[in-house]
Design a protein around this ligand. Structure first.
Ligand code: E4P
Length: 218
């Protein structure tokens, strides 16, 4: 399973890249706003800065909600760097844009997926990735991981190439559950990835190894 981080924070992206297990970055307009990145030029420069750090795909989301606007924005975004994947919302016009970009060989990530039907249509339109929001479904007492499983079954039944990018991942158990059901990619905060490293028996074991070494090598 590929690990993406869901942030526009350059320090966090550098830290994740340095860890050596990062496969890509996802952003969205809220994450860009959180970093105080406003205005088209600054936004484009920021995407470039992210691409310069990470070895992997960088999802950059369009703001337009009409087909022509999405096409215009997407074509500008892919000019920034070959790592850019155009993030398109799951709406009627978005489906047309996914189909258009797929025909042009431009990679896409269909975002705001909350149902298997949406995932099926996005795959038929040729999306490279689809992003079902696991955490936001869990927030409303609906099983986000069950949706990932359902989509994977549908994609396997028909041999779709579209990759299931489990998004809105919030904690380490989400990552493990995504891996158990076979999600292609997960995206979440760096803290959730770092939490996978931790176990108290590892800390206790290491302390003992080092203290035993030091006894004989003081
Ligand atoms: C997906 O690409 C979104 O950017 C993201 O994962 C949403 O996560 P949130 O529900 O934690 O905001």
């Amino acid at each position: 399973m590929k690990f993406f981080i869901d942030t526009a924070n350059l320090n966090e992206i550098r830290e994740a890249q340095a860890l050596g297990v990062l496969d890509g970055v996802t952003t969205n307009p809220s994450l860009m706003a959180k970093e105080g990145i406003t205005g088209k030029d600054n936004i484009m420069r920021h995407y470039k800065a992210i691409c310069d750090i990470v070895d992997g795909d960088v999802s950059a989301e369009v703001i337009s909600v009409d087909f022509e606007g999405m096409v215009r924005e997407g074509e500008e975004l892919v000019e920034i760097d070959e790592k850019i994947v155009v993030k398109i919302p799951m709406i009627r016009e978005g489906i047309k844009a996914l189909k258009y970009f797929s025909g042009k060989g431009i990679r896409t990530n269909c975002t705001l997926i909350f149902s298997p039907g949406q995932a099926l249509v996005a795959a038929k339109a040729g999306a490279t990735y689809i992003s079902p929001f696991v955490g936001r479904l869990d927030d409303i007492s609906t099983d986000g991981i069950a949706l990932i499983e359902q989509i994977l079954t549908i994609y396997r039944n028909y041999g779709f190439d579209t990759q299931v990018l489990a998004a809105s991942v919030r904690h380490p158990m989400h990552i493990i559950q995504c891996a158990e059901v076979g999600a292609d990619v997960m995206t979440g905060p760096l803290s959730a990835i770092e939490a996978l490293l931790k176990h108290p028996l590892t800390d206790i074991g290491l302390e003992k190894f080092l203290s035993d070494y030091n006894k004989g090598n003081a």
